[in-house]
Design a protein. Structure first.
Length: 225
């Protein structure tokens, strides 16, 4: 008995009689036998992505032996066929956005995990977990950042269902922005001189004035400012 067949995973259990035509029996005496319903069986339930063995049932063997009573038919070297259920294609997408006002601290990706989500095209769900995402650069200063899946995150998605071969869809990044914080500046200071007929140059009295920044940083006035 020989033959092979396959299908792409569809969530349904294959019925052996539906693929009967893919297998055949060869008799060494030159006679022929056409397989019929009930002659074959799978070695296990053929529903998930896997390789299966197809063999004759006791009824199938009996039917072959009944072809010609002049022969005692026994199993030859090849008595099995093969059947394979291959992984179906599916895609994953990553989306989401988040932002904060600059606070001088580096954002940890796992602290904003809830702002992003993965969608699987086969209808199954996956919830992002620690280690699944990464920023494209250190998210500390005012800027726009790209959020994407780590290698571990992709592996976790692919492990959701072995019946599917998950590949990247059209959208595989999220966004994160650190916006400028509000701050104020004030200028203070005073100076004077006794009249000398000369025009005072501002840079000559620069040291008498100062700027104060509300965020606690400092700025020293310089010539021309």
């Amino acid at each position: 008995m020989s033959g092979t067949d396959s299908k792409i995973y569809d969530g349904k259990t294959t019925k052996i009689d539906d693929v009967l035509g893919s297998y055949s029996v060869t008799l060494s005496n030159g006679e022929s036998y056409t397989l019929k319903a009930g002659d074959l069986k799978f070695n296990k339930d053929p529903k998930d992505k896997d390789k299966y063995v197809v063999s004759l049932t006791a009824a199938g063997i009996a039917n072959i032996q009944a072809v010609d009573s002049n022969y005692d038919f026994t199993a030859g070297d090849e008595v099995t066929g093969s059947y394979e259920i291959k992984a179906a294609g599916a895609t994953y997408t990553l989306s989401g956005t988040d932002s904060k006002t600059y606070d001088g601290k580096t954002t940890k990706i796992d602290d904003v995990l809830g702002s992003y989500s993965v969608t699987l095209s086969n209808g199954e769900t996956y919830t992002l977990k620690a280690g699944d995402l990464k920023f494209n650069k250190d998210p500390k200063n005012k800027d726009k950042y790209v959020v994407s899946l780590t290698a571990a995150g992709i592996a976790n998605i692919q492990a959701v269902d072995s019946n599917y071969d998950f590949t990247a869809g059209d959208e595989v990044t999220g966004s994160y922005e650190i916006k400028a914080a509000g701050a104020t500046y004030t200028l203070s200071g005073t100076d004077s001189k006794t009249y000398d007929g000369k025009t005072t140059k501002i840079d000559d009295v620069l040291g008498s004035y100062s700027v104060t920044l509300s965020n606690g940083e400092s700025y020293t006035l310089k010539a021309g400012i």
